[in-house]
Ligand binder design. Sequence first.
Ligand code: FES
Length: 477
Amino acid sequence: MSRAARLVGVKRGTLQQQIRAGELKTFEGQILLTDLLQAYPDAQIEDSSMLERVEQIIEQASFINPDAIPRKADNVALTRRIMSLSEDLIRQKRQNRRYRDLFERLQSEILRLSDDPEGLVRLSAWCADALARVDDDDATMDQSFARETFLRVMSAQATVIPSGHEFFVEGAESILEAGLRGGLALNYGCSNGNCGLCKIRVVSGETRRIRHHDYALTEAEKGVGYILGCSNTAVTDVVLEADEAASTADIPRQQIPLRIKKVERPDDGTLILNARTPRTSRLRFLAGQRARLSVDSVGDGLYPIASCPCDDMNLQFHLALGDDPIAGYLAETARANDRISLDGPVGAFVLDEDSPRSLVFVAEGIGFASIKGLIEHAMALDVAETIHLLWFATDGKPYLNNLCRAWNDALDNFTYVPLESDAVARVDESLRESLESGRLDGYDYYVCGGEDLRRRMLQFVEQSAVPSAQLNFEAFD
Ligand code: FES
């Protein structure tokens, strides 16, 4: 499913919607290329976009310490992927040749046996016609095959058991980096080969070490296929057995010194803090959780982490200006590179990743901070069919309106509705207008706002026969 979505350039959720509507067939959870092309006859090979992706990978690689990931590893991983694809290609070609030979033999056999050619000649003509059509189809198939081959050279697909989560390993990035980027809550600690917490077992496929690690795996562990996710890349498609955090209880509390990167002021009442963790001490958290920020001789405060765990080094926090000492310090005193301490994460306002339902997010004012982390995480996971965001703000002007509009424009399964703050009183109407009436219980609702919004959402789920467990609320104080 993930590969099919990539191939035709849509989100996975879009394909899921089409399968549900009966517009796209699946067989044992797989989509046949012919069915995919029937649903997307205009799917083009966009060489330029693929080349852009290659350039991106090279660019990202250039930020990485060249001693940590030798260039040779990139070449080896790519060469091995090409070799594995060549083997696939040769197998496919041999099989095609056999079918074609068989068909030609069938055609001549029919002619040879025909005493009374009337019916058999027609059959023979049909064979010739079918062969010609195979040639026509081949042109389209060739294009798609070329595109898929290219994608497979640039990235290997990883499937994690027992969860069944999937992600792509691009270029020669580490399995851990790729898994986090794909929205998985994999187990890890130092990210640089010292702690051993990112141990995973390779069930099938080929991996390759891309950096030296001090942590020593035992011979017994190596014998059954254990590797370190932070120090290995996937060479071919792989199946991995790995631990993932199932709940907030699996995430340890951490104390990390952050460096301030940038403080933005999107409107008169709001500050956005962008901060960075040390490379070897990143923050492991689940989207939607909070962390305590403190500055010596200034004070501290508990804030939602407004970014995605898929980028565990770059953290974002939204603060309301007023009597908050940390917000005051950031607005008046702080400079880039100053230190600020983090303690966390805490909180249980997190996504139910196993839910098959579409997602509805409702934010009031700065309550968007918690919601933003959840939305970015949902996008990284790419499992929700549709995502809807309603944001109540003063004068209907949310402080990150442009970002939400950009999501709305770029993603075919995302809708965004900005609303005036006093429209909270009519949140039920807004939800009924935005969602598929008749299946309001087909959504999970994540809401962050004040007491009035909480009360009205409770009424809404009760009147709409939505099970109360599908409403998740976080107060934004
Ligand atoms: S995360 Fe510590 S060894 Fe991989």
